[in-house]
Structure formats: C-alpha cells, structure tokens
Design a protein around this ligand. Structure first.
Ligand code: AMP
Length: 432
C-alpha cells in the first residue's frame, strides 16, 4: 500500500515524502482512511508503531478540507498527551507533517512560563497539543476556547490514567462541543480505559495492531531464568558481552534501583538510578546523561519512568518483573520504534514464574527462554552434565567457578576493586 492510495492531499504527501517514509506502517494504513471518513477510533497501538502520523495526517487533511468556519482561526483540534516530552514530540510531528499546509499549531505544557503560551493562543491557532494540567489552567483563565473543537485526540490514554489524569480528562471533555470526532489511542485496554472509551467515543472503529495488548512487532523479547542472587551478575554480563551501550533497567523498588545502580558501577558499568526521591534537577541531569550516552545504564522504577519520555532504546531489561502485567507492555514499548528492532530482556527468578505466566496470558504469547550457561537456577546446576561435552562445557564450568567465587567474595565483603577486576576478566573471557 502507498500513502498516495490513502486519500491524502499533495501537501501532506510531500511532507511525508520529505520525511523519507516510503509506505505507511500497518496502523497508518488502517487508521488514516477511518479518520478521513470522519469516524471515531479506538486505536490499540503503542509508541513506535507510527501512530502519531496515523492520526496527525488525516487530522490535518480534514481541517484543511473543511476550512475554518467563517474564515476565523479557532482551536479546531485538541491532542492531549500524558507528558511534556510526548506533547513536544507530537507537536513537532504535527508541525512536520503540516509543513505545507496553512494551519497553525502550538504546544502547551507546564513547567515553563505560561505567558508565551497565552500570547500564541491569542494570535490564533488551529491545533493545540497539550498536557491536561496546564491546559486546564489556561482554560480557567479563559485564554482558550475549546467550544469549536472538531477533532479530539487522547494519546497514550492508559498512561494518562496511570498518572491520575482521569478527573482532568473529564474536565477537558466537558469543555468540548458534543458534536466532534474522537480518537483514543492506548497501548493496553484495562477496564478503566474501556469505560472511558465507552463514554467518550461514538460508534468507534476499533483498530488494533496485532493482538490486543500485543507488543510492537519490532521488539524481540527474551526471558532468562536465573536465581535472584545472580541477576546482577547476569545483567553486567549481558551488558558487557553484548556491548550494550544504552540500557533501561526496571526494578520494582526505589531502594532496589539505587542498590543496583551502585552495584553496576562497582562492576565497572556506568549506571545511574532515577526515582521519585530524587530532585527534579537530579532526574533531569540523569536523563540527559543517559540520552547523550554518558551513562550506559539507567535504572528506574515504573513510577519514575512513567513521566519520562525515553524511547527508541535498543535495550530494555526487566530486572524484576512488574507486578502489574500491563506495565510489562509499557516498559518494553520503550524499545524498537518503527523500522528498528529492540531487545527486551526479562530476568525471571523462581518466585516470579507466576508473574511471567500472567504477562504471557496478557500478550497471548509464550516468551522464548534463552539458555544462560553458568547462570542457570540452582536446581538445574546440580543436574548431571553429559561427559565430553567439549569446549563449551569447559567454558561453562569455568564460569560456574567464577560465579561461585563472586558470590563468596560478596558474602565475605571483599573490596569493590577486586570485584571489578574479577568482573572485567569474565567479560573479557566472554568476548573472545
Ligand atoms: P510514533 O509511533 O508515532 O512515535 O512513530 C515512531 C517513529 O516512526 C517516528 O520516529 C516516526 O518518524 C517514524 N515513522 C512514522 N511513520 C513512518 C513510516 N511510514 N515509515 C517510516 N517511519 C515512520
């Protein structure tokens, strides 16, 4: 399928071509015609599938085709996103795709001065991309009129609800005209999203990419069964032997995140933790260091990661499996964007097998388990090994010894330097 066959104008096709897109992604080929037909959409798609262009292109097309009522500029499309970063990103996309179209757009979010945003609105815009809090502030001060909105987009609805935005969303919806087109996008569809969709959407067309709650195709997923106490060693080894340069690691607790980051540093892997107890400044710095590659591993809890727009990552690791299966989809959605592959690895200890089952049930897919020579859970380590298994076995046995040594050294409180040296040797051995 080509973009030309979707019914978009030349001005939009030109912008798409300038972006180097040769053909629509699956969500684009399904969503664009539906939006152009004026229908409401319930879209099951996560970041990385090309969903932004999926709604932005037909939105621009419709606004352009209808033209402004009585020739005056007013807010005719509203796109709500959960985070500032996503708002900025979506707004940038709207601007890019709408480059050759005579429509004006702007972005509104908190944490920066409100006055320039009000000034821009006063000069007149057609499309507003916003986070809910600042939008409501501005609306309360009567600097924005939402009564002429023709198209309303709720992006990453599940993340919005996770962040507690439901009351704000309801207040925003109350300001919109009843007659309008609604597009709701969500990576997952827990009950609260379904309820919101029922209220908000009118006879929607459901567009799902892959199965409901399925993860983006481009993400390779792997599971390693490993003892709890060996997870950290396995992580250092995976990062080192795979030469992973940018890794987002999820832990269940803040304390766990801190400890793991410290241990990784001890292992000679640059790492930092990000969580709610850190100041905004420290978090911003950690994130910037990670984004520019100065820090190789960012360890985060689900809550801390929620407000951050960290995407397009080559590697995501679930050091602990999330308690809530839907969080798994969010976590791994940060890797493998359109056209690129990503690897999402889960380290699963014996007491997490039930959680893994729940995740697999949600995904409707069994995740592939990769062998980890030398790090198998204890019960398997004691299984009799075949004789003459060759060089690989010898290597394995060698690593077994090192792991044991490492565990013992930890237990006896040896100095960090020693541990780092020992780890370095192991990595070196692996790479050969
Ligand atoms: P999104 O899921 O909207 O965040 O898009 C993910 C990435 O895919 C962005 O970097 C887009 O620029 C890119 N993208 C969107 N549509 C296409 C396409 N049709 N072909 C190639 N890349 C695309």
């Amino acid at each position: 399928m080509s973009f030309e066959s979707l019914g978009l104008s030349t001005a939009l096709l030109r912008a798409v071509q300038e972006q180097g897109y040769t053909e629509p992604t699956p969500i684009q080929s399904r969503v664009i015609p539906v939006v152009l037909a004026g229908r409401d959409v319930m879209g099951g798609a996560q970041t990385g599938t090309g969903k932004t262009a999926g709604f932005a292109l037909p939105l621009l097309e419709r606004l352009m085709a209808a033209g402004a009522p009585n020739g005056r500029r007013s807010v005719r499309a509203l796109i709500l996103t959960p985070t500032r970063e996503l708002a900025a990103q979506v707004s940038e996309s709207v601007r890019t795709y709408g480059k050759h179209v005579p429509l004006k757009s702007t972005v509104i979010f908190g944490g920066v001065s409100i006055n320039p945003q009000i000034d821009t609105l006063r000069r007149g815009v057609d499309i507003v991309v916003a986070t809910p809090g600042r939008l409501l502030d501005i609306a309360q001060q009567r600097h924005i009129d939402l009564s002429r909105v023709e198209i309303f987009v709720l992006d990453e609805a599940d993340r919005m609800l996770d962040m507690g935005f439901l009351p704000d969303i309801r207040r925003v919806i109350a300001m919109l005209p009843r007659e309008r087109q609604n597009l709701l996008f969500s990576a997952t569809f827990p009950d609260d999203i379904r309820q919101l969709a029922n209220k908000m959407l009118r006879d929607p067309v459901s567009v799902e990419i892959g199965q409901r709650n399925a993860t983006a195709d481009k993400i390779e997923q792997a599971v390693y069964f490993v003892d709890k106490g060996q997870k950290r060693g396995v992580l250092s080894w995976l990062v080192g032997s795979g030469n992973w340069q940018q890794v987002l690691v999820f832990t269940r607790t803040k304390h766990g995140a801190n400890r793991l980051a410290e241990q990784l540093v001890d292992d000679g892997v640059s790492a930092t933790a990000i969580h709610g107890n850190k100041s905004q400044g420290a978090r911003t710095r950690a994130l910037a260091d990670f984004k520019r590659g100065a820090v190789r591993v960012l360890v985060a809890t689900d809550i801390a990661a929620r407000g951050l727009d960290i995407n397009e990552l080559p590697h995501v690791v679930n050091f602990d499996l999330p308690e809530v299966p839907e969080h798994y989809v969010h976590r791994i959605g940060r890797t493998g964007r359109a056209g690129r592959t990503g690897l999402a690895v889960s380290l699963v200890a014996g007491d997490e097998r039930a959680l893994l089952k729940q995740i697999e049930r949600l995904l409707r897919q069994t995740l592939s388990v990769r062998p980890l020579d030398g790090y198998e859970p204890r019960r398997e380590q004691h299984r009799e090994r075949p004789r003459n298994a060759g060089e690989r076995d010898a290597q394995t046995a060698h690593r077994h010894g090192q792991n044991r040594g490492q565990a013992e050294r930890r237990g006896h409180g040896h100095r960090h330097g020693e541990r780092r040296r020992q780890h370095g040797q192991r990595q070196h051995g692996q790479q050969r």
